[in-house]
Design a protein around this ligand. Sequence first.
Ligand code: HEM
Length: 81
Amino acid sequence: SSPLPIFSQDEVTKHSSLEHGVWVTYKGSVYDITEFVAMHPGGNKILLAAGGALEPFWALYAVHNQEHVLEILSQYKVGEL
Ligand code: HEM
């Protein structure tokens, strides 16, 4: 399998809305979570992280500190920072 593309933070930041796509970063990887937004158990709060890092939000909402949450996230990986 070919390696995933490398994206700049600038490219990630451009994807900050449902219209332009919702991308986030986590531990150096980039995720396109556009399709997941409507399925998020925590509702539209997820959009606060759009175009940026999940870490500060997941530090506040420790419900994400579970293996099953990381499994969901991994399905949306599109590249590396
Ligand atoms: C709950 C996934 C981003 C706020 C959850 C749950 C999942 C999830 C699976 C349910 C966990 C459980 O109860 O076992 C994700 C994913 C995210 C993301 C995959 C990013 C791609 C965020 C962000 C915020 C947030 C950025 C806040 C700014 C919440 C809150 C809940 C929650 C408040 C609790 C909802 C409730 O139980 O009433 N999230 N989340 N999430 N999430 Fe997220």
